[in-house]
Design a protein around this ligand. Sequence first.
Ligand code: OOG
Ligand code: MG
Length: 267
Amino acid sequence: MPLSHEQITELAGMLDLAVLQGKEIERLTSNYPELSLEEAYRIQDEGICFRLKRRELPVGLKMGLTSQAKREQMGLHSPIYGVLTNHMQIQNGGRFALEGSIHPKIEPEIAFRVAREVRGRISAEEALEACSSVCAALEILDSRFVGFRYFSLPDVVADNCSSSRFVLGEEVRSFRHLELDRLEMVLEVNGVPAHTTLSNAISGNPIQSLVQLCEILDSRGLSLPAGSIVLAGAATPAVALESGMNVRLRITGLPEAKLSIQSAQYG
Ligand code: OOG
Ligand code: MG
């Protein structure tokens, strides 16, 4: 049976409370095994409305499950998107306190900023033309579901694709010379490489994530607003965060993104 608007709002409220309290909850599909992807995006939309009511501002979108590495890590197999707000952004080189998180992880990404509104399906060339800059990005994930595992695609979509925080490296405006599918990406923890890969791990070419995002948005009758930042999805599996970690993402031709992880008591 399709969910009523009241049920959609109630599930969004449960997830929102889990974020605010930093407490994990049962995956939604254990009670609603027939939850559809379409309903899951509506739960996500409602969850974002809660944030906007708290005066958070939407700043962009994130693609998820765009690399084989991530699809294997999560056992889920199609690209999905979530919404980013200003509250989720941490300045490059800043600190992240673990208190309030459930089971946070970090992952290496590439981000694009789109200069103009993008409406409808677009080609990779059109996607590139719409971008005003590219940068290295770190995403912190924190699933609201028990153990950060065994959830389905509708669960994770409803949970705004496990989004928690993100960091952007300095944005590069003259990027046309970069071969976006051939950049080396090194995720370092305390100066030691944790994962190394090429940027083509992300959708074959990270710009394809933007193409896919526009496709999903179009299928929902939505467009990508001018000025949005778009995370293209992680290139490697995510790494669990621990207090004291210094995390750095180095990408050929792009300024690095970095972050230090702390326990607030000692911060
Ligand atoms: C889902 C979010 C995936 C990515 O970059 O692939 C994601 C998850 O791993 O819980 O953000
Ligand atoms: Mg991600």
